[in-house]
Design a binder for this molecule. Structure first.
Ligand SMILES: Nc1ncnc2c1ncn2[C@@H]1O[C@H](COP(=O)(O)OP(=O)(O)OP(=O)(O)O)[C@@H](O)[C@H]1O
Length: 312
């Protein structure tokens, strides 16, 4: 894909991973992995421990050489981008900086090294809400402030693409809420935002799309809603009753599917909770619990990655 410019830039910012493979001595960390990440959306990159997320992100950024396959950003390999800092911002681990340096000076040093105007440091600090701490020393920063500083550094070149490895790690609820708003805002500006995370409930709130991998391979990719809806069981009603057999018989007459979980609760699909409640009332069945359970990303993730060994 060409962006129409003579020197390669991140163009639209679409990320294409194609047949990407990384073989370490004994471990195939990433195995023929292919997926795409679209601009204007937040994409969650999910997988159990050791699934190959960090290795994939490092290959995207030319920090690890693939054994096979290719990853491109706006149609170009990272190594070929003419202005990598202005194309792709990345935070792969919690920010580290010279302990005695202030946050502002840390960013100014990066600006100087990268040939960026000095005021970008102030602008990037303001962007992540760190202006009040600009002149405080890095060693006094909280983990949340360090995360913000890392993001500020990634934003110095005003990149089209942002790649973050576990950005919510160690953040408090307010920090996570801030991160969510910030990343959604970047996507709304048309940027590409790729975020790996273990926090599935947070990902359900944050991500538009997900890429789920396990044992180095793609398990599922697509819009979060579609991935959740694609799972077999869909919405189910959970009921606890001392008259399980009676209720089961009544519900099966209504074409509902009824199974039991390991605690003896009935799991019912095919009818909604009001229908179950009315059927129970009519049959004089006593209910101790009646709840509607909607599949969430966590449930889908666990189902999709079940049995895929995380220690390889
Ligand atoms: N430099 C390396 N040398 C050998 N094996 C490695 C190296 N880096 C990663 N691995 C192995 O590759 C596999 C994938 O690791 P990776 O860190 O990419 O997974 P991850 O999905 O980021 O995991 P986590 O969620 O635990 O951070 C693991 O089995 C890991 O031990």
């Amino acid at each position: 894909m060409s962006d129409g410019q003579s020197s390669p830039s991140a163009g639209t910012g679409q990320i294409v991973v194609s047949g990407l493979t990384k073989q370490y001595r004994n471990v195939r960390a990433v195995d023929s992995l292919s997926f795409t990440v679209e601009p204007g959306r937040v994409t969650g990159f999910l997988g159990p421990n050791g699934a190959g997320k960090t290795t994939t992100l490092r290959m995207l950024l030319n920090l690890v050489t693939p054994t096979a396959g290719e990853a491109t950003i706006g149609g170009h390999r990272y190594v070929d981008l003419s202005d990598p800092l202005g194309s792709v911002g990345a935070v792969l681990e919690a920010s580290s900086a010279h302990k005695g340096r202030t946050g502002l000076n840390h960013l100014r040093v990066i600006c100087a090294a990268a040939g960026l105007p000095r005021q970008r440091a102030d602008e990037a600090l303001a962007l992540v809400g760190l202006t009040p701490a600009a002149r405080r020393k890095f060693k006094g920063y909280s983990l949340g402030m360090k995360q913000r500083l890392g993001i500020a550094a990634a934003m110095l070149g005003n990149p089209q693409v942002l790649i973050l490895d576990e950005p919510a790690n160690g953040l408090d609820p307010e920090g996570i809420r801030w991160m969510r708003g910030f990343l959604k805002g970047l996507a709304a500006e048309g940027r590409t935002v790729l975020v790996s995370s273990h926090l599935l409930s947070e990902m359900q709130l944050l991500a538009d799309d997900v890429v789920i991998i396990a044992a180095g391979r793609l398990v599922r990719q697509g819009p979060v809603d579609q991935v959740i809806a694609s799972m077999a069981h869909g919405v189910q009603v959970r009921v606890r009753t001392p008259q399980a057999e009676e209720l089961t018989a009544v519900l099966r007459d209504q074409a509902a599917t009824v199974t039991r979980d390991e605690h003896g609760a009935l799991l019912i699909t095919g009818v909604d909770a009001p229908t179950v409640g009315r059927a129970a009332l009519a049959a004089k069945v006593e209910l101790h619990e009646l709840t509607t359970e909607r599949p969430d990303l966590e449930g889908v993730f666990l189902e999709l990655t079940a049995g895929k060994a995380d220690i390889r």
